[in-house]
Design a protein around this ligand. Structure first.
Ligand code: SAT
Ligand code: MN
Length: 618
């Protein structure tokens, strides 16, 4: 489609304005058709940017390789550009919007020379849902168009929904690599140097400007930029929750259903949990979403969630038949792979895929190397980048819940928080009430992962990531905590609020040689044992002890049938209160974590810290 096919005057004017600034060779409005997808993919293949995979192994699937400087989100180059710095808060990078816009306009000027400017109308959430929101992404990257096509509902149907007066979030993106004088990409992933990358959110204007990166959340602007950074701002204004959470449907052996959301920092097994295959008989997990939840109160006073996305942008390494079979099946056709290794027979391979590759591999940097006899590689010598991804349509997931696109969303019974915590935090505990739950969300911490940094030396250190949303909150985190407190306070019916839990699958004991990887809990499908306990808690079952830190499983309340003996032995250790550990935790929160938020820290949270300390000293 062309600009003249856009009926909405506001969109049209904006597109014209960007065209004048970026000076593309052509403008193309995406209709979202299969023909369009195939045509743009062919363009990538012809330009040497995409490799078609073997049709018998991965039908209609393609592999892209990015540059080493463009393999992950760039948090250091991500900005919340609010009018006042205080509104961005202590945990976001901030530049004055006037200054940032001047700088970026300088970069955008003529940045699309030699390229086509694509206009992607997209909807976050099921079309026609009262919770969904529309956006328009302008980009000069075919890779972005193709990924947006999988990750969102995109195309003409969205223009129709927006109509002549509907609202939309404008999202501008350029890879920042103009092609002057007939220059070509020549198979090299286009992007700008790190110091010229800008991932900018303007919260007052509900506007996104991204420059210089073609990768993931930096470029697919519907995901982290819109559905989290801008949506958190909208949610606060409008009284709902935009969260970095998976949504799963849990069915017990009696056929009763509960929906659960969960916030875990990137690459903490969130996608695995969303698609978990239970090891306890009779239980079933189905997926609604694996990354983002938008939650609003329904007429019945319950909190309803939708998944604003239509696909999975999942971490490939570590995904195997054993860790997440459902993700592998989701990504077995019609999938875009990024920075995975390529096998001789035209399939993809990655570390932790569950089997060694044969013959030679082409690694994510494009070098041919003989495969190792195992499915692991030494650090720094991986064949697939540790943050290599698959972009797969959610509808291909074998365990996608039939109601995953229900415009009304699903009613949430439980909210989980978690992270990689080798010590202190037990396998599971439940908050006493809403504010205590907000406290638990506020202290979430995790080891730094390859998804959040391009600096390999940082990987493995612990950082606090409250609500797992620290890199994705579009305003002051202290005010965000307050918003959560207010949601509880102003809930239409307090008794219908979801119960809040803190889980930790990652407790370690490196001195116990029995434990694979030193982990005291098997994780993966065995996490269903914890989900089952949570399910029963939501029904008020008497399966918990009231402890200093909250409700914890009574002895024998976690189903251990079929669990390896060494895990049965570690279970008491990971389901008790580590008093010393928590006292250290309190000290760290009080000295290093909470002070960051200054006067924006809700008094309810410091109260929770005092209560916890008092309980522990009893
Ligand atoms: O690259 S994304 O931001 O989309 C994925 C992630 O880091 O969680
Ligand atoms: Mn995520």
């Amino acid at each position: 489609m062309e600009i003249k096919d856009i009926k909405n005057a506001k969109i049209k004017a904006w597109v014209e304005e960007i065209k004048a600034m970026c000076e593309p060779d052509a403008v193309y409005v995406c209709d979202g058709s299969q023909e369009e997808y195939d045509r743009l993919m062919k363009k990538c293949v012809d330009a040497g940017l995409a490799t078609p995979l073997n049709k018998d192994k991965k039908p209609n699937s393609f592999l892209f390789r990015s540059l080493p400087s463009d393999v992950a989100r760039v948090e250091g180059r991500t900005f919340i550009s609010s009018v006042k710095q205080d509104d961005a808060g202590p945990t976001n990078n901030w530049i004055d919007p006037k200054e940032l816009k001047e700088t970026m306009k300088g970069l955008y000027k003529g940045c699309m020379h030699g390229r086509t400017m694509y206009v992607i109308p997209f909807c976050m959430g099921p079309l026609g849902s009262p919770i969904s929101k529309n956006g328009i992404e302008i980009t000069d990257s075919e890779y972005v168009v193709l990924n947006m096509d999988i990750m969102t509902r995109a195309g003409k149907k969205v223009l129709d929904v927006i109509g002549e007066n509907g609202e939309f979030v404008p999202c501008l993106h350029s890879v920042g690599k103009p092609l002057n004088n007939g220059e070509k990409d020549n198979g090299i992933w286009p992007c700008a140097d790190v110091e010229h990358k800008y991932i900018s959110q303007f919260p007052e204007e509900h506007l996104i400007w991204s420059y210089g990166s073609g990768y993931g959340g930096n470029a697919l602007l519907g995901k982290k930029c819109f559905a989290l950074r801008i949506a958190t701002v909208l949610a606060r204004e409008e009284g709902w929750l935009a969260e970095h959470m998976l949504i799963l449907k849990l069915t017990n052996p009696k056929g009763e259903v509960k929906y659960v959301t969960g916030a875990f920092p990137s690459a903490c097994g969130k996608t695995n949990l969303a698609m978990l295959i239970p090891t306890i008989p009779g239980w079933k997990v189905e997926t609604i979403g694996d990354d983002i939840a938008w939650m609003k109160f329904g007429k019945d006073g319950r909190l309803y969630a939708i998944n604003p996305e239509a696909g999975f942008f999942g971490v490939a390494p570590g995904t195997s038949d054993q860790s997440n079979k459902n993700a592998l099946i989701s990504a077995s056709s019609n999938t875009i792979f990024t920075n995975c290794a390529l096998t001789e027979d035209g399939d993809v391979w990655w570390e932790g895929i569950g089997y060694p590759a044969k013959g030679d591999l082409i690694d994510w940097k494009g070098n041919k190397r003989p495969a190792l006899a195992k499915d692991k590689s030494p650090k720094g010598e991986e064949f697939a980048h540790p943050n290599a991804r698959f972009t797969a349509p959610a509808k291909q997931c074998p365990c996608i819940a039939p109601e995953w696109e229900d415009p009304n969303g699903v009613p949430i019974s439980a909210i989980l928080f978690g992270g990689r915590r080798p010590s202190t935090v037990p396998l599971v505990h439940q908050s006493r009430d809403w504010n205590h739950g907000v406290f638990l969300g506020s202290i979430v911490g995790s080891e730094i992962t390859a998804a959040s940094t391009i600096d390999a030396s940082q990987v493995g250190k612990i950082r606090r990531d409250p609500f797992a949303i620290l890199p994705f909150c579009g305003y002051n985190m202290g005010d965000y905590f307050q918003h959560w407190i207010n949601i509880g306070k102003n809930a239409p019916d307090q008794s219908k609020l979801p119960k809040i839990f803190y889980v930790n699958w990652f407790r370690k004991d490196d001195n116990n040689p029995d434990l694979p990887g030193g982990f005291m809990w098997p994780g993966y499908g065995d996490n269903s044992r914890v989900l089952a306990w949570i399910f029963d808690r939501c029904d008020g079952k008497d399966n918990a002890d009231d402890t200093a830190i909250g409700f914890m499983p009574k002895a024998g309340a976690i189903n251990t049938d079929g669990l390896a003996n060494y895990y049965k032995k570690t279970l008491p250790e990971i389901t008790k209160v580590d008093k010393e550990g928590w006292l250290k935790e309190i000290k760290d929160i009080r000295e290093n974590h909470y002070p960051k938020f200054g006067k924006h820290l809700p008094k309810e949270l410091s109260e929770q810290l005092d209560i916890l300390e008092k309980n522990l000293s009893k």
